[in-house]
Design a protein around this ligand. Structure first.
Ligand SMILES: NC(=O)CC[C@H](N)C(=O)O
Length: 422
């Protein structure tokens, strides 16, 4: 029997739960959200998109497969706090190298266990995600509540720079190199460049501060923007860069935050969902094929776009390509006549099912059909104050810049998707 330390969880609306300290002793505040995955807690808590969020695991038993050095989605645990019902006392997995509790302690992540996570989740489903705090230092509800109410809300938060790599790095292509991609790290998960590398893509991961000139300097065949924390409405720099990418006709693929940034670049709005989508069994329909995929998701914001009939953008017509079947939330968008698309969920599937891996093949397909003339971008309709000059001096090794018109799409985005790879 070990001694336990009391801990308290207070939501900004005053709802209070008492339990035991789990992980580091201390105090933390953030936005409280719940994730429904029954497995994959390590991949989940190391996803940088959880920066500044307290995560509730609805699966009651957590920690049973321990913690290891292989399943990290980034260099650290990013959740700002952790709420569980019943932590495993002894992990049991041949891959385990230590306990989850020890990893939380080592990384200073404050948590609470013994919480009625079902009651808590029902509360969040009704009232929505909100600020909350966990403390094992004070058990005085009012003291903690005051700190919670002083914490910044998630709406309006610009957080990518806090999680992004500081230096660029390259993930080499596996096997023969077929393409070069500039991947802007807004909070990228480690599996994403690997899924590209598996397809012969050399991935240049760039910091969130990267400019359009930084992107063109590597003469990419395609540009990617990653998942990431915070409110897309605050991510103006990424939106600006993406507008220049789209004006230059360089193929684009975005995941999650990268989908919201794409939406904004096309002139669409974003909004905050009541409690978001977080889990690994979220059904999504690909409206191009009609096929339903079970997806991994982690988002609290979404793109506001008309599901039927398409919409106009500064780059030609756009359309919704994927729809969440639980609540009809837009889960993917694309340009119809230009090589750019994105999804709100996680085809890299860490953790989660692999149904959506075909999207990486779609990106490859786009790059194959639209070798980008990055050395001399002829800008089609400039959206706002797009700055598409200054590409002189880019890498002359730009592959096959044979197509002077970046909009000469012979394969509409999303159409005739290649068969799913094994
Ligand atoms: N995983 C993500 O990229 C999340 C995007 C954004 N921070 C949201 O909560 O919707």
């Amino acid at each position: 029997m070990s001694l336990t330390t009391e801990a308290i969880l207070v939501l900004e609306d005053g709802r209070t739960f008492r339990g035991e300290a789990y992980g580091a002793i201390g105090e933390t505040v953030g936005e409280i959200v719940f994730a429904t995955g029954m497995t994959g807690y390590q991949e989940t808590i190391t996803d940088p998109s959880y920066h500044r969020q307290l995560l509730v695991q609805t699966a009651p038993h957590i920690g049973n497969t321990g913690f290891n050095s292989e399943d990290m989605e980034s260099g650290q645990i990013w959740v700002a706090g952790y709420v569980v019902r019943d932590p495993a006392r002894i992990p049991s997995s041949w891959r385990s190298e230590g306990t989850l509790a020890d990893a939380l302690v080592q990384q200073g992540v404050v948590g609470i266990s013994g919480v009625d996570t079902r009651a808590l989740t029902r509360h969040l489903r009704e009232r929505g995600a909100m600020r909350a705090g966990i403390s094992s230092i004070t058990t005085h509800r009012d003291v903690l509540l005051e700190r919670v109410l002083a914490a910044p809300p998630m709406a309006g938060a610009d957080l990518s720079a806090e999680v992004s790599t500081r230096e660029s790095y390259v993930v080499p292509a596996q096997g023969e190199k077929r393409f070069t991609v500039a991947a802007i790290d807004l909070g990228i998960k480690g599996m994403t460049p690997r899924r590209m590398a598996e397809r012969g893509i050399e991935v240049h991961v760039l910091p969130s501060s990267a400019t359009f000139e930084d992107v063109t300097a590597i003469a990419p065949d395609g540009v990617f923007m990653s998942n990431g924390p915070g409110d897309p409405a605050a991510a103006d720099h990424a939106v600006d860069v993406l507008r220049q990418v789209l004006s230059a006709g360089i193929p684009y693929f975005g995941i999650c935050f990268g989908n919201q940034i794409f939406g904004r670049a096309l002139g669409l709005g974003t909004y905050k969902l009541t409690y978001g989508h977080r889990g690994i069994n979220q059904p999504v329909q690909d409206l191009t094929t009609g096929r339903v995929e079970i997806t991994s998701q982690n988002h609290g914001f979404a793109v506001d776009a008309p599901v039927e009939g398409g919409f106009e953008t500064p780059y030609g017509p756009g359309r919704v390509t994927h729809l969440g079947l639980n609540d009809q939330v837009v889960e993917g968008i694309a340009l119809v006549d230009a090589p750019a698309f994105s999804v709100q969920y996680h085809p890299e599937a860490a953790a989660g099912p692999h149904d959506s891996a075909y999207l990486f093949d779609r990106f490859v397909d786009l790059m194959e059909h639209h070798r980008a003339p990055v050395a001399s971008p002829p800008p089609p309709p400039p959206p706002t104050e797009a700055d598409v000059t200054g590409t002189a001096g880019t890498d002359p090794a730009s592959p096959d810049p044979t197509s002077p018109d970046p909009t000469d799409a012979d394969t509409p985005v999303g159409a005739d998707a290649p068969e799913e790879t094994a």
